[in-house]
Design a protein around this ligand. Structure first.
Ligand SMILES: [Zn+2]
Length: 160
């Protein structure tokens, strides 16, 4: 069993006119010479579909110096049409990411949810503040995660 202390959120760094399914990323990473293929454990597509990459028990390849003790989650997007870093998550992706991270957080209660850029300041990935956005998923009250889904819903409706 690996000890998981970090859940690292990434973007796949593709423009809105490009796709990045788990299968595509697997091909890209194999071309880079990674024999185990896709470096992420999960890929969240624009339509909110969650695709699996490496099994959770297997060490990923997504964040230098942190792979052995982390799970890598990647959303499809992260660049605007000009190829500049941007938070391009769709509503479906935001919902799916929250659901996936909540499930992971329940499995790995002591793990922190962070963005790639929080561990490597040279990266813009995942192009939003994952620590801030998912801090409520990190909170554990009386040894149990808080009911963050309801709180999340309330916040979303305020934003519109
Ligand atoms: Zn990344």
């Amino acid at each position: 069993m690996r000890t998981i202390t970090l859940i690292v959120v990434h973007c796949s760094a593709v423009r809105p006119d490009q796709t990045s399914s788990a299968a595509q990323i697997d091909t890209w990473h194999r071309r880079q010479g990674w024999k185990l293929g896709i470096g992420y454990h999960y890929v969240v597509r624009r339509d909110g579909q969650i695709e699996t990459g490496r099994p959770e028990w297997l060490v990923g390849a997504h964040c230098q110096n942190h792979n052995s003790h982390s799970i890598g989650v990647c959303y499809e997007g992260g660049l605007d049409i000009r190829g500049q870093p941007a938070d391009t998550r769709t509503e479906a992706q935001k919902e799916a990411l929250r659901r996936l991270l909540k499930a992971l957080k329940e499995r790995y209660r002591r793990a922190l949810i962070v963005g790639h850029r929080d561990l490597n300041p040279l990266k813009a990935c995942p192009c939003f503040d994952a620590v801030k956005e998912y801090s409520q998923l990190t909170a554990i009250k009386n040894g149990r995660p808080e009911n963050s889904e309801e709180r999340g819903k309330g916040r979303c409706s305020l934003i519109g």
